[in-house]
Design a protein around this ligand. Structure first.
Ligand SMILES: N[C@@H](CCC(=O)N[C@@H](CS)C(=O)NCC(=O)O)C(=O)O
Length: 219
């Protein structure tokens, strides 16, 4: 069985959990909790699994390790007969990859930097270097990113075009992280908010936390 190292409420882990739900692969993976709040992702043992010290990480049955949400999603999507999240034609694949990367750079990763640099983040034991000015700049960048994706979603139903793809999942990750840090979506971003209401109805999004959680589930 494949294994995923993650932390169940993490916005990046959410991306892979949603992908698993979309692909119907939930029963083919087991989860091992790495407690971000205790800094378990920065231990020497975990850094051997992922040099970057981030979650999630997928471990295959032969021990091969795949980190990075995009890479994990592409791997999982390629296991089936037909990719559902990463495109089939060269054009689809290119557009989806671009929009997924853009969702990371302009939104999700920017919220993450804000969290780690301008809030308490994961606490003083984990956040060894903080630069508030950098965090604030990335916060502003994330809000600009929200406005950008709002414009995209005014033109088309999903982030990369006519169907739900991994680029939508990356923007969902950004929305989840923004909620966690109380970064509000500007009211006028109506298309982004309507899209988010719609994608939150997907079972993959609704059930992501139930996939596996530490036992007992912390409040
Ligand atoms: N580029 C990575 C980012 C992953 C990431 O930042 N994950 C968060 C969990 S939500 C993390 O591990 N943060 C811990 C830290 O940066 O100390 C990916 O796409 O997988």
């Amino acid at each position: 069985m494949m294994k995923i190292y993650d932390w169940y409420t993490g916005p990046y882990p959410a991306r892979v959990r949603i992908a698993l739900g979309e692909l119907g692969l939930q029963s083919q993976v087991e989860f091992e909790s790495i407690d971000l709040w205790k800094g378990e992702h920065k231990t020497p043992a975990f850094l051997e699994k992922n040099y970057s010290g981030t979650l999630p990480v997928l471990e295959l049955e032969d021990g091969t390790l795949i980190a990075e949400c995009t890479a994990i999603t592409q791997y999982l999507d390629a296991l089936g007969d037909k990719p559902l999240l990463t495109g089939t034609t060269p054009l689809e694949q290119g557009i989806i990859h671009m929009m997924n990367k853009r969702a990371e750079i302009e939104f999700l990763d920017a919220v993450s930097v804000y969290f780690h640099h301008s809030t308490e983040g994961l606490g003083p034991d984990v956040e060894l270097y903080q630069n508030d000015e950098w965090g604030q700049r990335q916060r502003d960048k994330a809000v600009r990113g929200m406005r950008y994706f709002d414009g995209v979603l005014k033109q088309q139903p999903y982030v990369a075009g006519q169907t739900f793809t991994m680029a939508d999942i990356a923007v969902i990750g950004g929305m989840i992280f923004a909620e966690l840090v109380d970064l509000a979506v500007p009211e006028e971003c109506e298309a982004l908010l309507a899209w988010y209401a719609k994608v939150q109805e997907r079972p993959s999004v609704q059930n992501r936390l139930a996939l596996s959680a530490p036992n007992p589930v912390p409040a």
